[in-house]
Design a protein around this ligand. Sequence first.
Ligand SMILES: *Cc1c(COP(=O)(O)O)cnc(C)c1O
Length: 377
Amino acid sequence: MVFGEGADIYRSLGVNSAIVASGSTTLYGGSKLRPEVLDAMEKASATMVNMDDLNVAAGKVIAEVTGAEAGLVTSGSAGGLVLQAAAVMAGNDPARMVRLPNADGMKNEIIMHRSQRFPYDQCYTATGATIVDIGDGRRCHPWELEAAINENTAAIAYLFSGFVSRRAIPFEQVVEIAHANDVPVIVDAASYLPPRANLTRFIEAGADMVQFSGGKAIRGPQGTGVLAGRADLIEAAYANASPHQFIGRGMKVAKEEIIGLVEAIRIFADEDEEAENRRYAEMCGQVVDALIEMPGLEVTVEHDEWDYLTPIAILRFTRDWRGPSRDQVRDTLASGDPPIYLHDIHNPDELGVDPFNLDEQELQIVIDRLRETLLNG
Ligand SMILES: *Cc1c(COP(=O)(O)O)cnc(C)c1O
């Protein structure tokens, strides 16, 4: 909602609230929090609790939802990746934990496909880990993984995300090779939800730890994350985390955030995914209907199992398009009042309208502003 009390609060600081049609984007505020979550957080916030007890109990809820042995609420996925790396290198040995990011003498190499290197891999190296690349960026053979494993290998990291190369060694095969060598596989699937089946899928396939974001599709507190996995590794991750005074101490998660995440993931797991997708598809359909007659612009609804995990309306600027350029359209909407942020990450000739963070009123504003800008520049 760009109007009303929420907008007034931001305006009192001189900040414009925005309409976010880019999906769940941290730069633009992440996700709209579930009202039930805020209610639980408010109640929990004024009541004190032992954080070890709370973290263990919240971890059990994560374990139930993911089918893993154990779980932990982390400070976003980024914070969780740091804890993954700390856990596989230092375990829960305080003599090692206290030395990080000096990881000399520990297993300190994390193997990654070159095609899966990404801006968040600094979360791994922040602990002192070194990344060992395999493959040439386009493809990777199983023998390259075998050859990279040595006595310093702490883990193999694997990324599940939209628009990531599918030419990595298939996950099941990575797990097989890793486990034959007693090496854990740590997964970043931060934004690979829904489908809700992914909550259990990677654990079932043998992942030793999996990370999801709590503040994206789950719509929990924006600063939270969900780490699930093997009991000994989760115990080690938590030993390295706040409130304990080791490398994860700077990634504190507050009591009410933990309660909020627990509430959010329970609701998320039980939601009717087909109904949700139908609603998103219907909203995308409104975009298609409004723009379909513009010559040179192709407007479609995309939804697949790899890249667009929920329905999104895609505008493709073809060679026959005579109006303002794709970048001009994006920038005009982003600099308007209220600013509208479109999905612009993947293809240089495409813009997307992702309904995830839009209500009907906001969608209508996006459609009107898009039509006006496409027609008049
Ligand atoms: C969003 C994202 C992260 C970071 O998640 P936060 O919860 O914002 O910390 C890490 N990895 C991938 C692949 C992501 O999409």
